[in-house]
Write a protein that binds this ligand. Sequence first.
Ligand code: FDM
Ligand code: MG
Length: 226
Amino acid sequence: MCQSSRGALIVIEGLDRAGKSTQHARLCQNLESQGHRVNRMRFPDRTTSIGKSIDAYLKGESEQEDHVVHLLFSANRWEAATSIRAAIEEGITVVIDRYYYSGIVYSAAKGRKDLSLQWAREPEIGLPRPDICLYLDISTEEQAKRGGFGNEKYETSAMQERVRELFYKLQLLPDGQDIQVIDAGGNVAGVEKDIMERVEQMMADTRLAEDLRNILPWSEMDHAPS
Ligand code: FDM
Ligand code: MG
């Protein structure tokens, strides 16, 4: 099924409780059972020293200025960028749970004038650009039904509401051309099938014959609202 020798870069995004971890695991298994070599990743990667600072911040164990923590999240992707590219060049498909989309919207959701979506996106420019971003969409009601949030920094309904709005806004900006919205309100098997179909479609796409792209400034992207 894979049309080219390089691997694909696939991102799963969404609000907390959308089922990202479950679908991430299933997608990886499904790709492996089709014969793909797969690297599983997630951001933040809490195992590195930058990741440990992020972890302490999210757990409320340390304070960070908003721009500083934003740049730590970005640096946490940059420290993985070389290995992502190397894997993909080697023919391995990299499947990531959260990426720069979360990076942009969660920071901008703090609502600071000096931390806009645009500002938040700048440090991401030059990172490997996903071939597809599957955005797992659930309603506020469904999110509430799935049980309470945890105790981490951003797990409040006010923050989730702003994050939801900004994920929608991002879909209307040039990044939207990389995003496919998945209705994640249904049962796990149905969502899994929807995701697989879109990934197979993307892999059949000739884009995979080209080299992996980089994240570009908005001004250099086609504006194609999805
Ligand atoms: N998050 C995640 C960010 O604020 N910026 C980022 O760049 C990334 C990758 O961290 F609230 C937020 C999103 C979430 C929190 O993520 C921890 P996990 O997936 O729950 O570990
Ligand atoms: Mg979480």
